[in-house]
Structures are given as structure tokens and as C-alpha cells.
Design a protein around this ligand. Structure first.
Ligand code: ATP
Ligand code: MG
Length: 649
């Protein structure tokens, strides 16, 4: 104050006032500055950033509260100490710090991120802004640092990076191609599967148009498809495309693509997935080839023998469309008579007891109801895709072969039959001819002896023996006639000379002839029903027919009632019934009754050759008639011959 008083003394009043006001201004300014200083300090204190003033030699001059919170040191622990001692550590990047200090020394601000250590030595990431501070000499001796804890940010960035890497790894490890294009169709992203499938590197693909990788034909379709898809925002499209790989191979890919739009509906490109289906496609193609060009009827059946797959060749073989058979049991299509064979075959296949190359020949019902012969092979296998047992069958039409075999079989049968006829004939001749001949021989020898001995009543004896010789000769002659007839029939040399005749008369002759011949005095009871009408027949053969039937009726009914012969005329034909009440025909012999040399098992005691009925049947048929019989063993037999009437003009 003394100084001030002196000065006041030395100056005039105005000056004094002037100086006084200057002084007051200075004081006021200082107060304002102080106030501002406090405000700044408060502002800095309340900043959510850590703020510190540090000397170039790293000595801490001032820190705000946030520093305390972030680092865990109190402001007293900080001020006067070196930041490097407190918060630097192993992972702190000193180079970055060095660069930053160099920058602020040039009067510039620096920004960097680095790791600091808390009081508890836990590392944290700090993003720091450094600003130089000038002293009174206008030199930079300190800097202010604004720090921000970015540990969380760093951690999530790291997590994102990791998940991106993982995501990329996944994208690169899947076999589907995933891509993005821009609006022009230029690839902007594609994963590694693309390289695996096409041989093109990612680098040489990105930036190129997808059309460059397509065949000419595909390109046009792709352009049309692109227009259609863009036209409809929700439209994703799926189709198969063909591409040519870098090495020139053709591959088939399944394309699923979706157009992408901005919020303002501007088309910005495609994203999509491509799946390599070349192998499956090729298999499908081969399967089609197999189905269409292999004429075998290939089918797969489930465990219930139902059709699961039927090759199209079934159409040519049996007239069905494959779809018509699906789900139906294959056993329904086999001939009932072949079912045992089919079942055995299947059992053998399932049990593995039969050779897998075995074939059976069976009949298969066609769509028109007729049957075709097929040679069929089958394999029983486990279908891993269906987790069930299946049977695959392959069949070939065998009609021709079966017909040939049948023809051969028939020829063989005929040959066998002929051989049998021959041997039967020889047996028959040797037996049947020998008997009468030996009788004749014995009779003549007896006669000779009688003549030598000049027996009494020689003439009587001669007469008697001659009758018996004549009888034997007669039966030999009949036999020879029959044999010759059979021979002619076999050779197809029967000459019919049919004329319009009275059938009743012919039958009656035969009836009378036999009625007078019987030792036991039996007769035929003869009846005619209906109006007699002329019949177009050959008398010679009718006589043979009647003789044999009536002779049989007597022969096989000794000691039984009289046989009956009925003749019944109707509108269109005449029916001859020859009825007896004799031994009948055993059931087991009925089928063969008309065969040459056949004799029923119950007729051993009755003389006969087994030729009569075979001749009768042939003659009846040659006159357009038919012969049938009903018979009951020990009860009797009814032989029925039906002949057509002569046409009226
Ligand atoms: P033949 O050649 O002399 O007529 P067959 O009488 O033995 O000899 P078929 O007339 O062809 O020969 O008859 C064949 C067989 O049929 C006979 O052997 C006999 O067993 C049986 N048969 C035929 N007719 C009768 C019948 N009326 N009653 C019982 N069996 C009969
Ligand atoms: Mg007979």
C-alpha cells in the first residue's frame, strides 16, 4: 500500500484513478480467470473421459476423477509420479507412445490406442488424444491427455473378428457354393466351394459376370430368368444349370437364387446357393437309359412283394404303364398254377439257400388278361436308404423259348407214344396171335393123331375140330382187321364214304346179331325215341361202332340184366345210348379209356384187345360226332354217341 501511496503522491488524480481502475480491472480479470479456471477444472472433472496433464518427462501434473476410476489410483497417488511407473506394462506399445510424443512436440495433436495397466495390474485398452500445452515461454513442456476406456469395444471387435473368421471357415468348408452378385451380375462374393466345383479361383471369379461361366444355351435362359425374377420381388427361383469347369468338364448344378433390393425397391443384385448335383444327375440319366433301353423287365419290390419301382419296359412286355403297378403286390400278376414255384423261389432267395443266378419260368398276366411266359431272376437285399429289405427282379419274355420247348416236348411225347404203340403192338401180336395159332396147331395135331389111329366117328371129330379151328381163324381175322384199322387211323388213311342213311336200321342189325349170339340167352332191349330222320353216315363204320359198343355191353355184364340200346332223335342230331349193368369202369381208368390197347384194371377176366373203343372214337369223330360215357364201377356203363343229322336239302 505504501508503494501505491507513493505512486499516488507522484501522479495526478486522473492518473491515479486511471491506474486504480487498471488495477481493479486486473484484479477483476484475475478473479474472472480464477473463476474460469475453476469452471474448467469442474468441467474436466465431470468429463466422462479421463483427463491428465503430463510433463514431457512423463511426470503427472494433474488428473481428473475419471482417471482415478479407470486406473484405480487416487489423484494424490498420481500427481508427482511418472505415468510410465504407474500404468505402463508388458503390453504397452512404447513405439506408439514415442510417435505420439514426437507429434505433439511438433505442436500437433496425436491420437492412438494402447494398453495401460490398472493399479491391480489388470490391462485396459485406452484410446488417447494428446494435445500439447505451452508454457509462458511458449514452449511445449507438457501435454494434456484425454483418454477413453475402449476395452469393451476392443473385446467386441475381437469377438466379431473371431466370429467372422469362424463364419468364413464355415462358409469355406461347406460343399454348397454361396455367392452374391451386383445388379450387373458381377460376382461380389463367392465361397471356396466354387473353386472345388469349377476349378476357378475366388480371385479370378470376383469381378466377373456369372454369365461368363455358363454355356451358350444357359446364358440365354439365365437372362430371361433374371428379368422374370427381378420383376417379382418375393420371387426366388430354383432351377438346374449346366456350367463348364475350368478344365472343360460339364457339371450340373442346382441353382437357388434370390434378387436383393434396397429399401427404395432398387434391384441391387442376386444372392444364391449352387449345389453340385452332377453325380446324382448322371445316375438318374443312367437309370433312364437303363429303363428305356434295356428290354428286361426290372422291378423293385418291398417286403410285402409290392412294386416300388417298375421299369418302363413293362409297357412292351405286358402293356401296363409303370405307375399302374406301383403299390400292387407282384404276386397278383403271376399265374395261380405257378404260385408254388414263385413262393419256393422267394423263400430260397430270402434264406440264401438258392443260387442267386437261379431263374424260374412262370406266367405273367398281361393287361389284356392273357399270360406271357417270363424267365425271372431275383435278388433279396437290404436297402440302406429305406432301412428295409427289398427284392429286385429282372425278367425276360420267354414265350418263344417255352413254345419251342413245348414243341420239343410234344414231339418227344409223340415219339414216346409211337414207341409205346409199337412195343404194345409187338407184345399184343406176340400174345394175341399166338393163342389162336397154338389152338389151331394143337387142334390140327389132335386131328392128325385121331386120323392115324382111325378113331371111331372120325368124321364127327373132324367136323368138331374144324369148327373150333374156324372160330380161332375168325377171331384172328377180326384181330387182324382191328390192327389194320388202327394202323390206317394212325396213318390218317381212313376213307369215309358218307351217305344219307337210316341209322336205326343199322343199329338194329347190330342189336339182332348180338342178341342171337349170347350163350346166356340175353337180348338187347332196343328203344327208339323221337321222329326218325336220315343221318349222313358211312354204313361200314357205323356197323363197326355199333358192334363194338354192343359187344362190350354184353362182355362186361355177364350174369347181369339185359343191356339197353336207346336211339333218340332230336332236332339237330341223333343220340345212341348203349347201356349195361355190368362191372363198370374204375374211376382211375376213365381218362385212358379211348387209348389204343388200353384195358381197364377190372377186365382181366374178359377177353379183349383194347382196340375197339379207340377205333370207335376215331370213326365217330370222322363223322363229326362225339362219344362220351358215364360209368360207375360194379354198377354199369352208359356209352353215348351223338351224330349230326343230314342237312335237309
Ligand atoms: P376189343 O378190342 O375186342 O373191343 P376191349 O373190349 O378190351 O377189346 P375196348 O372195346 O377198346 O377193348 O374197350 C377198352 C376197355 O374198356 C375194355 O378192355 C374194358 O376194360 C373197358 N370197357 C369198355 N366197355 C366197357 C363196358 N361196357 N363196361 C365195362 N368196361 C368196359
Ligand atoms: Mg370191345
Amino acid at each position: 500500500m505504501k508503494n501505491l501511496g507513493n505512486r499516488l503522491e507522484e501522479s495526478n488524480t486522473d492518473e491515479v484513478f486511471l491506474q486504480l481502475s487498471e488495477y481493479e480491472e486486473t484484479v477483476a480479470r484475475r478473479e474472472r480467470d480464477l473463476e474460469l479456471h475453476q469452471i474448467y477444472a469442474q468441467v474436466l472433472e465431470s468429463s466422462h473421459r479421463a483427463v491428465a496433464v503430463i510433463k514431457l518427462n512423463k511426470e503427472i501434473v494433474w488428473v481428473n476423477k475419471r482417471v482415478e476410476e479407470i486406473l484405480g489410483y487416487t489423484s494424490q497417488e498420481c500427481v508427482g509420479n511418472y505415468i510410465s511407473d504407474l500404468a505402463f506394462g508388458q503390453e504397452t506399445n512404447m513405439l506408439v507412445l514415442k510417435d505420439a510424443l514426437e507429434t505433439i512436440q511438433k505442436g500437433k495433436t496425436a491420437e492412438f490406442e494402447h494398453i495401460l495397466y490398472k493399479k491391480n495390474r489388470e490391462p485396459i485398452w485406452i484410446r488417447a488424444f494428446l494435445k500439447p500445452i505451452y508454457n509462458n515461454l511458449n514452449e511445449i513442456d507438457k501435454y494434456c491427455i484425454y483418454g477413453q476406456d475402449i476395452t469393451k469395444e476392443k473385446e467386441s471387435a475381437k469377438a466379431i473378428k473371431e466370429s467372422e473368421t469362424r463364419y468364413k471357415d464355415i462358409l469355406d468348408s461347406i460343399s454348397e457354393i454361396i455367392y452374391k452378385t451386383d445388379a450387373e451380375g458381377i460376382f461380389t462374393f463367392i465361397n471356396k466351394a466354387w473353386t472345388n466345383v469349377t476349378g476357378y479361383d475366388i480371385e479370378e471369379t470376383i469381378g466377373r459376370n456369372y454369365l461368363d461361366f455358363m454355356t451358350e444355351g444357359e446364358r440365354e435362359m439365365s437372362i430371361t430368368n433374371k428379368k422374370n425374377v427381378i420383376g417379382n420381388q418375393n420371387n426366388s427361383s430354383q432351377r438346374e444349370i449346366i456350367i463348364v469347369t475350368k478344365s472343360g468338364e460339364v457339371k450340373c448344378l442346382e441353382l437357388k437364387t434370390k434378387p436383393e433390393f434396397t429399401e427404395r425397391n432398387e434391384f441391387i443384385g442376386f444372392s444364391g446357393i449352387l449345389t453340385d448335383i452332377t453325380v446324382g444327375k448322371r445316375m438318374q440319366y443312367y437309370q433312364e437309359l437303363l429303363s428305356n433301353y434295356v428290354s428286361d423287365f426290372v422291378a423293385v419290390h418291398d417286403s410285402q412283394t409290392r412294386y416300388l419301382f417298375v421299369a418302363p419296359s413293362i409297357k412292351d412286355i405286358a402293356g401296363y404303364e409303370p405307375e399302374e403297378l406301383l403299390g400292387k403286390p407282384s404276386f397278383d400278376f403271376y399265374h395261380p398254377d405257378d404260385m408254388d414255384k414263385v413262393k419256393n423261389f422267394r423263400e430260397g432267395n430270402i434264406s440264401g439257400s438258392s443260387d442267386p443266378s437261379n431263374t424260374i419260368t412262370i406266367r405273367y398276366r398281361k393287361k389284356d388278361g392273357s399270360y406271357t411266359w417270363i424267365d425271372i431272376t431275383a435278388r433279396y437285399f437290404f436297402d440302406t436308404y429305406a432301412n428295409a429289405y427289398r427284392t429286385i427282379t429282372a425278367a425276360k419274355v420267354a414265350d418263344l423259348r417255352v413254345k419251342e420247348e413245348e414243341a420239343i416236348h410234344k414231339a418227344l411225347e409223340e415219339q414216346r407214344h409211337l414207341n409205346k404203340v409199337k412195343s404194345d403192338f409187338i407184345n399184343f401180336v406176340s400174345h394175341e396171335f399166338k393163342t389162336p395159332l397154338s389152338v389151331i396147331k394143337a387142334t390140327t395135331e389132335l386131328l392128325q393123331i385121331k386120323m392115324e389111329r382111325k378113331v371111331q366117328n372120325l368124321e364127327e371129330h373132324i367136323k368138331e375140330e374144324l369148327v373150333s379151328i374156324d372160330n380161332e381163324i375168325q377171331s384172328l381175322a377180326t384181330l387182324i382187321d382191328d390192327v389194320l384199322r388202327v394202323e390206317k387211323i394212325e396213318a390218317g388213311e381212313v376213307n369215309m364214304n358218307p351217305k344219307v342213311l337210316n341209322f336205326r336200321k343199322l343199329v338194329e342189325n347190330s342189336v339182332q346179331k348180338f342178341s342171337t349170339r349170347q350163350d346166356d340167352n340175353r337180348h338187347v332191349t332196343f328203344n327208339v325215341f323221337g321222329t326218325e330222320k336220315p343221318v349222313f353216315i358211312d354204313a361200314k363204320y357205323v356197323e363197326i361202332i355199333c358192334n363194338n359198343l354192343i359187344s362190350n355191353a354184353f362182355k362186361y355184364s355177364k350174369g347181369r340184366p339185359d343191356p339197353i340200346v336207346n336211339l333218340i332223335y332230336s332236332e339237330s342230331d341223333v343220340v345212341l345210348h348203349v347201356i349195361d349193368f355190368g362191372i363198370g369202369i374204375p374211376e382211375k381208368n376213365k381218362k385212358q379209356l379211348f387209348s389204343t390197347f388200353f384195358r381197364a384194371s377190372n377186365s382181366k377176366d374178359v377177353a379183349g384187345t383194347g382196340l375197339g373203343l379207340s377205333i370207335v372214337k376215331k370213326y365217330v369223330e370222322l363223322m363229326n360226332g362225339k362219344i362220351e360215357f358215364i360209368s360207375q364201377e360194379t354198377e354199369g356203363t352208359v356209352m353215348t354217341v351223338t351224330l349230326p343229322l343230314a342237312k335237309s336239302n
